[in-house]
Design a protein around this ligand. Structure first.
Ligand SMILES: *Cc1c(COP(=O)(O)O)cnc(C)c1O
Length: 422
């Protein structure tokens, strides 16, 4: 399998090169030249999650130098449960938050970390991962890469500008993960990372690479849970589900579009966004207008210029074609809070703000009750929003409380790139 750039001005590469490069040299994102076709398994969930992952991911690595490692990598990366929780006979929630940092980003980050660790066999040169984070991504990446051989990780976050629990999750690491509390804003952290990548000497000496969400190695594993969940849904109800996905950069959604194109039993894919309306406005007007992002209570979706729109626009050439494939709806903070409250009252089920945006769309915009709302994070990660709304304290999942119990270690620095390599 070869990978092509969305901008069409870079040579085709293997998965190996696409994953280690991150971004294509022409500034585009890597896409598979074609999508594999899944074997027809009429609704029988005879495969475990890990078996499904091997089935779905192997064709993407056909001919890859690490092809033989994909089964062991899947077994190692996806060692936590994936639950399809039914609220009633037809409405279900796909809980993607049972991994170590209680959000769906664990799937992509853990697969990428395992792949990069194994790449040493071929590269024979250590890597340094640089990540600037405004909160959630840094925790998932740090956790996934912690303890990986021949890889150092440097996580940068803006001091005093992330939540208490997010900060705990960023600063509880030792060994190969170093965390920097930067006296500045998220934009300063990002500028430092960019500057480091532009420095050819640093790049070479440290083997600098990124683990951000546009990386193909994070994207591909996000198809697996859609195949798995759609088959389970079909088996339990005899129907194909509509899937509602809370979206920001739309990387999670691209995973679902891949799964549907590969033949997974999915009726329709619908996106839920917060007050950052770029995607629904594009589908309505046909003109793509990136914006600066607006802060909301579903903050992991505060994206004004979703990077993966470039992938979706490549898959579905015109806006008319995209309208045939999907629709997207914007949900306000007030509607998110009302939805958290109403699902708690009617079902005794707590949702994080991102998931609640998806649930709002299901309740108000989807006529087919046969549906899955994707739950992207555990509600206890957003306790300052969820607990006052439901008037109840949420138990913290054990994987998270273990992280919170560790000692906090970080280096405080000025926004100066040199300080990262001192
Ligand atoms: C990252 C994230 C999202 C948005 O995912 P995209 O792939 O950027 O669309 C939604 N919810 C949570 C909890 C996240 O961490």
């Amino acid at each position: 399998m070869q990978y092509i750039s969305t901008r069409g001005e870079s040579p085709n590469v293997s998965a190996f090169d696409a994953i280690l490069q991150g971004l294509a040299p022409d500034g585009g994102l890597y896409m598979p030249e074609s999508l594999p076709v899944l074997a027809d398994r009429p609704g029988a969930p005879e495969l475990t999650y890990i078996q499904t992952a091997i089935e779905v991911l192997s064709p993407f690595f056909a001919g890859d130098p690490l092809e033989d490692e994909i089964p062991s990598l899947c077994a190692e990366a996806f060692d936590f449960p994936v639950e399809l929780h039914f609220l009633d006979g037809r409405r279900s929630v796909l809980e993607l938050y049972h991994g170590p940092t209680a959000a769906f980003k664990d799937f992509g980050a853990r697969f990428l970390a395992g792949y990069m660790e194994r790449s040493y066999r071929i590269r024979k040169q250590p890597l340094t991962i640089l990540v600037a984070t405004s909160g959630d991504t840094g925790g998932a990446v740090a956790s996934a890469f912690h303890g990986k051989e021949h890889i150092a990780v440097k996580v940068l976050y803006p001091k005093g500008r992330v939540s208490k629990r997010q900060e705990r999750q960023l600063t509880c690491w030792d060994g190969n993960v170093q965390t920097y509390a930067v006296r500045g804003a998220f934009d300063d952290c990002q500028a430092m990372v960019k500057e480091a990548f532009m420095d050819a000497r640093l790049k070479q000496e440290y083997g600098l690479t990124s683990a951000n969400s546009i990386n193909l190695g994070r994207l591909l594993p996000q198809s697996v849970y859609y195949v798995y969940a759609a088959r389970q849904y079909l088996y339990r109800t005899g129907r194909k589900p509509v899937i509602v996905i809370p979206s920001g950069n739309a990387g999670n959604a691209v995973g679902a579009f891949f799964a549907k194109e590969m033949g997974a039993p999915i009726e329709q894919i619908i996106l839920a966004v917060n007050d950052n309306r770029t995607i629904p406005d594009y589908l309505q007007s046909g003109t793509y207008e990136p914006r600066t992002s607006i802060a909301t209570i579903a903050n992991a979706m505060d994206v004004g210029d979703p990077s993966n729109m470039e992938r979706l626009r490549m898959m579905y050439g015109t806006v008319e074609q995209m309208r045939e494939q999907t629709s997207a709806f914007s949900v306000s903070d007030l509607q998110i809070r009302q939805t958290i409250a109403s699902v708690w009252e009617t079902c005794g089920y707590a949702m994080c703000p991102h998931t609640a945006a998806g649930e709002y769309v299901r309740m108000h915009e989807v006529s087919d009750p046969c549906s899955i709302v994707v739950s992207t994070a555990h509600p206890a990660k957003f306790e300052t929003i969820v607990e006052p709304v439901i008037g109840s304290e949420l138990p913290v999942p054990r994987s998270l409380s273990e992280l919170f119990d560790k000692e906090s270690v970080y280096t405080e620095i000025d926004p100066d790139t040199a300080a990262l390599f001192a």
